[in-house]
Design a protein around this ligand. Sequence first.
Ligand code: ATP
Length: 756
Amino acid sequence: MVSSELDRERDYVAKLYARLDDLRSDAQRQLERVHRQDVGGNHQSRSERDAFARVFEDRIVQLNEVDERLAFGRLEAAQPDTSAAPDAESNADADADADESPYRYIGRIGLRDENLKPILLDWRVPQAGPFYQATAATPMGIRSRRHLLSRGRKIVKIEDEIFDGASITDAEASTLQGEGALMASLSAERTGRMHDIVATIQAEQDRIIRSELPGVLVVQGGPGTGKTAVALHRAAYLLYSFRDRLRSSGVLVVGPSRAFLQYIEAVLPSLGETGVVLASVGQLYPGVDATAEDVPEVAVVKGATEMAALVERAIRSRQRVPAESQVLDVNGEPLTLEPQVIANAINRAHESRKPYNEARVTFVKTALNDLTRALAAQLRSHGNTVDEDDYGMLREDLRSAYDVRVALNTAWIPLTPQKLLQDLYARPQWLAELTPSWSPEKRALLRRDRDAPFTVSDVPLLDEAAEHLGEHNERNAAVDREAKKQRKRDVENAENAIRNMDVEGLVHAEDLADTFAEQASRATTAERAAADRTWTYGHIVVDEAQELSPMQWRLLRRRGPLRSFTIVGDIAQASAASSARSWNEAVAPLVGRAKRGEGWRLEELTVNYRTPTQIAEAAQEMAERRGLPVTRSTSVRESEWPITTVHSTLEAVRADRQIASLGTTGVIVLPGILQRTFETLSAALPGEVGLGAAGLTRQVAVMTPQEAKGLEFDSVVIVDPEGILTDIPRGASALYVAMTRPTQRLTFVIEPDVVG
Ligand SMILES: Nc1ncnc2c1ncn2[C@@H]1O[C@H](COP(=O)(O)OP(=O)(O)OP(=O)(O)O)[C@@H](O)[C@H]1O
């Protein structure tokens, strides 16, 4: 019986793959046809051809990405299913039609057969919801749920849950959905790359993934509860369900470091979604890619909200009315510049309410006009004839006179955000004038050389400064209006082109219009968004959000004025010195004084999918003893190995390497012995050891607790845990993070005798 069911599923899934292959061949054929098209020298036709080519290329990439575990579930309706109704705004219409069969297959994307009958439902359509949500007590019209476990394209196992109405309550049943499939997925070796969890999303996670788009959603959960996984699947869900709203504004995913982004970067493409902007907190100011961290005391100062006012004061102080009148040399003619002329020009410029550099144009113009009149009057008083026609020439003389340029530049210095910050840090005298209430020690923390690279905590300060200074590419209402008109034209052109090419139904006009726009600017929407400081995203996902400083939150508020955010993190893991101690405090810069439930909503995750019970409990105990606000979670697995303690890092790593089922080992050490540990291990295990982010794809990766944030390894070796507790600020959080990285095994190296 079981084997014939297995065969039945294999046949069905083979049919799905055949359809996938057909669609891929179709797209390939269309692409070749487009390439063969003779468009001559006509620019419009060439760009249309390229746009078509791009749509088909993207489609082929998407179909390739979803090949692995294309279908992973089947629902059996209690009665024949006639409930399906497409979601208004979503693409669900492609996937959700009703049919007579009691079965609905669930997969990574939706597929229809040649007669347009749905044969596979995209996991994101509402009709797929019961696959994740149905329970014995609340079967949601479902008789049974089946998980299809596959290797490559082959189904290797099926696993059924029957909701037959027997008097089982949710409390009696396992709280896990598709337990066998989940366990198989959890016990797979780690590779240094995060995988999607689409086949085994659990009910509490699914509720968060499908939560409504608007508003600020905070997801709190202990380590390993799937916060990152949930955040990424939510991004995929939103992009699919609100395609029209999000396609042009884009989605931003912010993570703590480059290593972390590298760890998660494959998840969204495997869900068929590309075009999301992934950025670390050091990359949020275009043109700067900061990786260096300030020491904690400095980061605290730079991260505090008062820095916003300091930046503003610093900029204002770059406009100065001279105390006395000055005599300027204008082509040999001495001309007196009265302070009142500068004061008047500054006032006029302020009235324009434009950012600093744009208002400066008004300032220069007003000052030059006043000086022109003064110069003309002076020349007349010397007996020269000067009439209105000569004013233009006089203004030019003034504009090009060295003395005038120096005087106007001194009164209103042209600034870039970079220069402002460099000056602020390199000129203690100026900083002291701007911060009369600060202690000299506090000021000294900001002191640094002009050519020192910008740090991660400088990024929001640069952005704050840019906000006041204004930019040349500042978008204004006229530009926005023109962009809207252009979009309308692009969509109309796309509709025409689709009719001409005879590919109606195969290509969406909106997709083609996107590629027109991309062609015009030679960049994808994501690339344009990432390069534009004034870009406003339709949705922002923030991971490890507990680490963010108030200044970083202010920056994100500017990127997401619609306040549509998914914020995931764990307050107990906060190790940055400037991070908040509660979510209320953390999100205040984003939502103002709004209380939970008004300005933002909170969800919790309670099941630990990563760390085995023994290790999770030891970590939680350690953290609670040190007063961290731990969110207790229940682990779904036990470990085969006890937590061990040794004296040699090399011995610990060698022991791991001898266990065949362990894929990766993370060696977590204090920054001071990072390099030395890496070198010793590399010498003993050539080719196997990597350092920091770059090392993630090696079997052994050596990193600091800070870098380990958000990552996971089959085994973790923590070198000098006492040192981690005492030598770094918020050491307990750092050790808690380190202890909760393993999926299987944990070793402490105390009083190390070989390395570090
Ligand atoms: N429903 C699920 N099915 C399969 N695997 C899951 C599921 N939920 C989470 N996982 C796995 O559990 C591990 C931990 O998930 P994730 O990294 O998202 O947790 P986290 O809450 O962000 O952890 P941390 O706070 O420690 O960074 C990952 O390997 C993830 O793939």
